[in-house]
Design a protein. Sequence first.
Length: 321
Amino acid sequence: MMTRDDRLHVVLGASGGLGSAVVWQLVRQGKRIRAVSRSADRFDLGHRIEVVRGDITAPTQMRKICQGASVIYHCANAPYPEWTTALPPMMDGVILGAETSGAKVVYGDNLYMYGRVSGLITPDLPDRATGKKGLVRSKIAAQLMAAHRSGRIQATIGRASDFFGPGVLNSMMGEVVFQALVEGKTLNLIGKLDVPHTYTFIEDFAKGLVTLGEREEALGEIWHIPSAETLTTRQFLDLIFAEARYTPKLRIASPLMLNFLGLFNPILREIKEISYEFEQPFIVDCQKYERVFGSDPTPHREAIRRTISWFYDRHTKDIIY
């Protein structure tokens, strides 16, 4: 039975892929929610959802946005080319909002800060990124954890591998694969298809973040949110094609071709920095999370089915309108 929870859960970046998945997870659990984004007009989920337009880099707005909050989910992001300038002010705003409200912060992060890793990717690895995106991710995560250690706020970080799922556009398994698939276009891929690579269903990531927000033992720690079993990229694609019931043309982009395709596709242009992830085994270790919180990720086939359905619906609406 769903129980009523009158604590306020603030979701920043609520109209993005991860933010909207967190909102839906909180709705399923009967939570009271304040959904915040710069264009927060996508929610019609009942009277326990408060939709707020806001800029999380504006101190005055953040004090108001976070007023009365118990948990703040930081799921806000910026376009790839703007990360170095946009992400640090966002984290400043999140820390300010938590400090003034007394809410704990759950930050949804990726794995760029680790850089090139040989072996399993564990949450205790040092940050060794050399590219600008990995460096800025390392900087803002360290800023959040420093604020926690100093006693200014309480915070935890949940990290996951390359995302896919409803609402996920800016990833290799977003527009590059699923959108191209439903449009009948050639899939422009990078790296080696026959090495293992962990892919994370966005709804599993959201569920893991909400768990971190509920559990006190999560605070002050970095956690890798569990995904379904790690397959090779080719095996993962085969599951997608089986669900779609057709196999599109594939093209593996060389570095030169990637430069060319990047002129027309901003995701491919920006993904060059982390192309190493697709050239060698990229296997995320989630044992720390599993030991404390357990694990029940969505099977790949079910996650892929829901993802394809979402992209087909989106494509159909684009054609109609």
